[in-house]
Design a protein around this ligand. Structure first.
Ligand code: GLY
Ligand code: MN
Ligand code: MN
Length: 508
């Protein structure tokens, strides 16, 4: 271990100890989702279209379908969704047909694909990583049972010569523990026959922003051809399931948050005057991937000086100056689970007086917001109001905002300096479960970000000149528990002394 690694790990492991020692009692899947029976299956041996515990034992433990998640858990999720949708309409006399497509490949130019990213809703219900697969669940009226049918690309030696192995239909039913698996080309016929023979049918399909635009016309046409077909959108119910994390998901989130935290510490250690934002981005990416991430969770913000006042600055092509701070907003994606972390630090390794005042102010607000999450279980929208109030009062105390304003005027001024929300749900997507509105109280086993910031434009004459041209954001990922909130990104340093002891300590 070289000296950089030692330093980063020493500082980070203080945080890690806190993460794993905190008295958080992990609840079993049954406690989180009462009333569900696990169904036992086993993972077949063979070479398939994605890693398995047999072919990739360094990635997946025995009996798990994907890293950390068993076939039984995927099956439980499907069952919960079916039950929830049936309960929503309360009509026993319809056949429910739920159609959840996976993503299709996307191309940047002729035959040049982007890295494939599976649709999160589909992955949540199947664990299947193959492009253009479709899950269909059929629950006839008058019965409690439902069938899961997975449509996949079947084996094809020519296609596999170019793209690598596919799972194929006969193995897919075993691997994904579904009732049947068929070639995706047969989806239209299957839907047509199922709908025709089970009228009235209620087809649950999210058609507003189709997950797979290539398959969408097939599904749409089948529904048009049948009368007595009612259409519902399964996504809201699905997102209400996704927003509450299972014990296995919480473990995966801990891991991705630790990977992301380490990458931020490494970026701090490599920060020096005249290093480019691009180089810091490369370090974030290298460090995350080396620790087990597939890739970054999103194009990171690496913004020196006044560029940090642009909230979504991703050009990352300027050199860092000695007298600037750098704002980084990054995250790692590991087994599709995302971290989302922001930190701000001085390029020189030493906060200037005015940078430190602003930094400590945002840090105090951020810590207080995490406490509020635990004390009051507010809705995230309420947490945003708390942020504006706290920022407003603290900025007044520092003489940055005028003392003679209060109420809405003060909140408005704070909002102008931090015009983004303070929190979102986090998980398989960075802005996770977007159909769960942020006006419901947080509850145990949700994971949310806490990310207050201050952005003072260089030409903002309402603020004293010494504070202008500065952007600061501090963002952690927080697990809501029955007890205290649990900061999953605790390993990413954020105290002034820790930051000053780590910045610039590695020679590139
Ligand atoms: N990095 C995106 C966000 O913080 O919401
Ligand atoms: Mn965020
Ligand atoms: Mn972020």
């Amino acid at each position: 271990m070289n000296s950089l690694r030692k330093l980063v790990f020493t500082v980070a492991s203080r945080g890690r100890k806190r993460i794993f020692n905190q008295s958080y009692r992990m609840r079993s899947t049954k406690e989180v989702y009462p009333g569900l029976e696990s169904v036992g299956h086993s993972i077949p041996k063979g070479i398939f279209g994605q890693p398995t515990c047999h072919t990739h034992p360094h990635l997946i433990r025995p009996e798990q379908l994907t890293c950390g998640i068993t076939q039984a858990e995927y099956r439980e999720r499907r069952e919960m969704l079916v039950n929830k949708l049936v309960a929503e309409v309360g009509n026993e006399h319809k056949t429910h047909i739920i159609v959840i497509p996976g993503a299709c490949k996307q191309y940047m130019s002729d035959k040049i694909p982007y890295v494939f990213r599976q649709n999160s809703d589909f992955f949540y219900l199947t664990g299947c990583l193959e492009p253009s697969a479709v899950l269909v669940m059929v629950k006839p009226s008058q019965t409690e049972e439902f069938k899961s049918i997975l449509f996949v690309h079947d084996k094809d030696s020519h296609a596999e010569l170019w793209e690598g192995p596919r799972t194929g239909c006969s193995a897919a039913a075993h691997l994904f523990a579904v009732d049947e698996s068929w070639p995706v080309e047969g989806l239209g016929n299957f839907l047509f026959k199922t709908i025709s023979s089970s009228k009235p049918a209620l087809v649950w399909y999210h058609h507003e922003t189709p997950a797979n635009p290539e398959i969408h016309p097939t599904i749409r046409d089948v529904m048009k051809e049948n009368d007595q077909v009612f259409i519902g959108d399964p996504q809201r119910a699905l997102h209400f399931l996704r927003v509450i994390k299972s014990p296995a998901e919480i473990e995966l989130m801990k891991e991705t948050c630790y990977v992301g935290s380490q990458s931020v510490n490494m970026a701090m250690a490599c920060t020096k005057p005249d290093v480019s934002e691009h180089m810091i981005k490369a370090i974030l990416e290298y460090s995350s991937k080396q620790a087990g991430a597939e890739h970054l969770a999103f194009p990171p913000v690496v913004a020196g000086g006044p560029r940090a006042t642009h909230i979504h600055y991703v050009a990352n092509n300027q050199l860092l100056r000695h007298d600037e701070m750098i704002l980084v907003d990054t995250g790692s994606q590991r087994w599709l689970y995302n971290s989302d972390i922001s930190r701000t630090w001085p390029v020189s390794g030493k906060f200037s007086k005015h940078h430190r005042i602003l930094y400590e102010l945002v840090l105090a607000v951020q810590k207080r917001l995490i406490e509020i999450l635990g004390e009051h279980r507010p809705a995230l929208d309420q947490l945003f109001d708390s942020m504006c109030r706290l920022l407003g009062t603290q900025l007044q105390q520092e003489g940055i905002l005028p003392k003679n304003i209060d109420g809405h005027e003060l909140l408005g001024k704070a909002y102008r300096l931090c015009p983004h929300h303070v929190s979102h749900y986090l998980g398989l997507d960075v802005h996770d479960a977007p159909l769960v509105r942020r006006n419901i109280p947080v509850s145990a086993n949700m994971i949310v970000t806490v990310e207050p910031g201050i952005y003072i434009r260089p030409d903002d004459e309402s603020v004293p000149p010494e504070f202008r041209g500065v952007g600061i954001r501090i963002e952690d990922d927080v697990l809501i528990t029955d007890n205290e909130p649990f900061v999953l990104t605790d390993a990413a340093v954020k105290e002034v002394n820790d930051i000053e002891s780590i910045v610039g300590k590695h020679s590139l």
